[in-house]
Design a protein around this ligand. Structure first.
Ligand code: GDP
Length: 479
């Protein structure tokens, strides 16, 4: 990984915004920035040792606009190198033009995560903190952000080096015993060694268990809106998420992709999914949309079965309750769901039916499936709070022992911790076999080497270039 050239990237989020940021890092950051940024007051951009803000203008092609440059001289910067951030109007075309101009005068376009990679390589942070930052960038919800922040500041970056130091200490004692096997010196008794190893193991195992909780936390639980086309799923999605993302229309088949938004159900946060209505596919695109929809349903913890109450009520008037296709629909859907998926019926469009009709609809639904029925209307807003409270209750009671959607963020950590715990465990087993003096000291030493190496990878001291590349490539450009 090259670290001594000067890299550039837009580091503000994509899309138009009031403010955009272009970030340069490397020995020529100030010199290159001056090609596009002129301070209002005379004076070179690179003067001084302290971070500061310089007001001026960005000029590129025929455009000249007010801007500010934040100058962070090395080593007082994120990457420990000279950094200049140009803060300007967040118009994507303008940001693109300025970046191109900087590339033309000698900067290199930063790879995803390259700024953080430089910070890491300069010793500004360890790998678990790097993971924390990656998590923050990828976080789509408060809960994920909190989980990532806990990683960044959390116990892992304290525990791993501490455990590693203790293991290194024990290793030196065991190796001392090996080197001086013929001498009557006792470096450490098997009992003392075992006690200290058990303490290290417990520390690592506790951290690994806490990591697991973070993983579960990091993956938001999901609630999916499932129903026939036109039942009002997209309208409910918009009402519950407070967003206007799903397109609602009287034409069936309007929703094709899976749309998701984080929502708060009382104290619980979850991801609400809107999917294509389940019906016989009309064409190839619809068949794909339905396949995606089924995958989304499989991933859900809570399923909201959305029914058009008005349609059922009309069906009563013309064909009679017994012929309503709703019972068949509910039976089909239920057969498709897993047992551990909480579910309830949402009888939507309550505003279109009379109380008496709604009572018959509810009776029919109850007879078809023994599930709670919530009456809703996206026109009057009726029932939305009730839905939230049922989702919250279902999620609160959900079994917590499944490990599937664990976020990748923690996977490497857990692997390294568990590898280390296992090696320490094997070393403990060897010391148990020894009585007065340490037999098999060479085997114990080998296990301790393995334990320290696993932790080394965690704190980032023994990493290969390949591993680094893999981690930093998850970042977005500009970070
Ligand atoms: P989807 O296909 O299930 O996503 O259904 P949409 O949300 O697109 O809604 C289909 C049609 O029903 C649209 O014309 C909506 O305006 C209408 N609609 C949705 N919810 C309600 C409701 O509670 N009351 C009434 N009167 N119309 C609704």
């Amino acid at each position: 990984m090259v670290v001594d050239d000067t890299i550039v990237a837009v580091s503000s989020p994509p899309g138009p915004a009031m403010r955009g940021i272009i970030r340069l890092s490397g020995p020529r950051a100030s010199a290159l920035a001056q090609h596009v940024f002129k301070p209002d007051l005379v004076g070179p951009l690179e003067a001084g040792l302290m971070p500061r803000r310089v007001v001026g203008k960005v000029t590129v092609e025929a455009v000249s606009l007010p801007a500010a440059a934040l100058v962070f001289p090395a080593p007082r910067s994120y990457t420990r190198q000279d950094i200049v951030e140009i803060h300007l109007l967040g118009a994507p075309t303008l940001l693109g033009m300025v970046t191109e101009a900087l590339l033309a005068c000698g900067a290199r376009r930063a790879e995803p995560g390259e700024f953080t990679a430089r910070a890491f390589l300069a010793g500004a942070m360890d790998l678990s903190q790097v993971h924390g930052i990656a998590g923050m960038i990828a976080a789509v919800s408060d809960a994920q952000l909190r989980a990532a922040a806990r990683l960044l500041h959390g116990s892992l970056s304290e525990t791993a080096p501490k455990a590693r130091e203790e293991i290194a200490d024990l290793l030196s004692l065991v190796e001392g015993a090996l080197d001086f096997a013929d001498e009557p010196i006792e470096f450490i008794t098997p009992v003392a060694l075992r006690d200290r190893l058990v303490r290290v193991k417990n520390l690592l195992a506790d951290t690994s268990a806490a990591g697991l909780r973070t993983e579960r936390w990091g993956r938001l639980p999901r609630a999916v809106l499932l129903g026939r086309p036109n039942a009002g799923k997209s309208s409910l999605f918009n009402s519950l998420s407070g967003m206007n993302r799903a397109i609602c229309a009287p034409v069936p088949g309007t929703t094709r992709d899976v749309i998701s938004a984080p929502i708060r159900a009382e104290s619980v946060e979850c991801l609400l999914l809107d999917i294509a209505g389940l019906d016989a596919p009309r064409d190839r695109i619809d068949a794909r949309a339905q396949a995606q929809a089924r995958e989304a349903v499989e991933s859900a913890d809570v399923v909201l079965l959305v029914i058009d109450a008005a349609e059922i009520a009309t069906g009563f008037d013309s064909v009679g309750a017994a012929n309503s296709p709703i019972a068949e629909f509910l039976a089909d859907v239920q057969a498709f769901l897993r047992e551990d998926q909480a579910r309830f019926i949402v009888a939507n469009k309550a505003d279109l039916v009379s109380d008496a009709q709604m009572a018959s609809v509810a009776n029919l639904l109850c007879a078809s499936a023994t599930l709670p029925v919530i009456e809703t209307s996206t026109i009057t807003g009726e029932g939305c709070d009730h839905i939230r409270s049922l989702i919250a209750r279902a999620l609160f009671n959900r079994p917590m022992d499944k490990d599937d959607g664990a976020i990748a963020l923690m996977a490497e950590h857990r692997e390294a911790l568990d590898e280390s715990v296992n090696a320490v465990d094997r070393a403990i087993a060897l010391t148990v076999q020894s009585s007065a003096s340490l037999a098999d000291a060479d085997l114990v030493a080998a296990e301790l080497h393995a334990a320290a190496a696993a932790l080394g990878a965690l704190v980032g001291r023994e990493d290969t270039e390949e591993l680094l590349g893999r981690i930093f490539s998850r970042f977005c450009v500009g970070k």
